[in-house]
Write a protein that binds this ligand. Structure first.
Ligand SMILES: Cc1cc2nc3c(=O)[nH]c(=O)nc-3n(C[C@H](O)[C@H](O)[C@H](O)COP(=O)(O)O)c2cc1C
Length: 245
């Protein structure tokens, strides 16, 4: 099989790392891959903050709600939506940036952040590194903003952990393809059977790997999508992001 396809289809998050450093050459190449990724309207509205300092990684592990892999692995990259940068361009051209005050602006910027994340992870894995995306930094975005000294109109959306893997994790099963791939139109009738099947598959997977705290997909969704953190809204507003349009 084509090596890139094999790499993508073998994706799994890794949460046990060696402390071995990543060479500057490898890290530079990974970052260059993400810098070459597309951005909406060539906005360049993403910036990365590379965190290697052990104390700072330990702090981020704490901010993310106690995620030891952030402290263990040698590199954490914060993916920052950067409408400060674009604002400087708008200002230079004699106008006032309003994009950060729109749903369109937030959707475009978060899409670009996702592309940067995926590119960083794929490039890292091509170098034999393990990765795990980290949205947990949004548990306390103000602490991340303070730590990284982020200016107005920026937001630390996600991060990614990079390191050499100490212990491989098994690949997590996915929901049946019918819930994901829709031909010509959306097939809502495919969802409930797919969800039932996946709830069973995931419960069997947790049993197989000996995880006693593993939830079915539905229960996991109820836990995470049944509540909303209000903190993110107030911090985002303070940074300059609102949805007025
Ligand atoms: C945007 C995003 C944020 C995530 N945040 C975290 C996180 O904070 N901590 C973590 O351990 N995993 C995090 N994950 C990893 C998911 O839990 C993981 O991708 C999912 O369970 C599927 O497992 P897999 O990646 O091993 O296939 C995140 C994934 C994404 C895409």
């Amino acid at each position: 099989m084509n090596e890139t396809v094999r790499l993508l289809q073998a994706h799994h998050s890794s949460r046990k790392y060696k402390t071995d450093p990543i060479s500057a050459e490898v890290l530079d190449a990974i970052i260059e891959c993400a810098r070459r990724a597309p951005t909406s309207t060539n906005s360049h509205e993403i910036s990365l903050v590379i965190v290697r300092n052990a104390d700072n990684r330990a702090r981020i592990a704490e901010i993310a709600g106690g995620q030891p892999w952030i402290a263990q692995a040698p590199v954490f990259i914060a993916v920052v939506v950067d409408l400060y940068k674009t604002g400087l361009g708008v200002e230079k051209a004699g106008a006032e940036q309003v994009f950060q005050r729109s749903l369109e602006g937030i959707m475009a910027a978060v899409s670009d952040a996702g592309i940067a994340m995926a590119t960083l992870m794929t490039a890292a894995r091509a170098f034999g590194l393990g990765t795990v995306p980290i949205g947990g930094i949004r548990r306390d975005p103000q602490a991340m903003i303070d730590l990284l000294e982020l200016p107005r109109n920026t937001f630390p959306v996600d991060g990614v952990v990079l390191g050499y893997v100490a212990e491989e994790s098994p690949q997590k099963p996915r929901m049946p393809i019918e819930s994901y791939r829709h031909e010509e139109k959306y097939h809502s009738e495919a969802l409930k059977p797919a969800i039932d099947a996946y709830d069973q598959t995931l419960e069997a997977f947790w049993q197989k790997i000996g995880r006693t705290d593993g939830l079915s997909w539905s229960a996991n969704m109820a836990q995470h999508y049944g509540t909303i953190s209000r903190l993110i809204k107030s911090v985002a507003q303070k940074q300059g992001f609102t949805i007025e349009v």
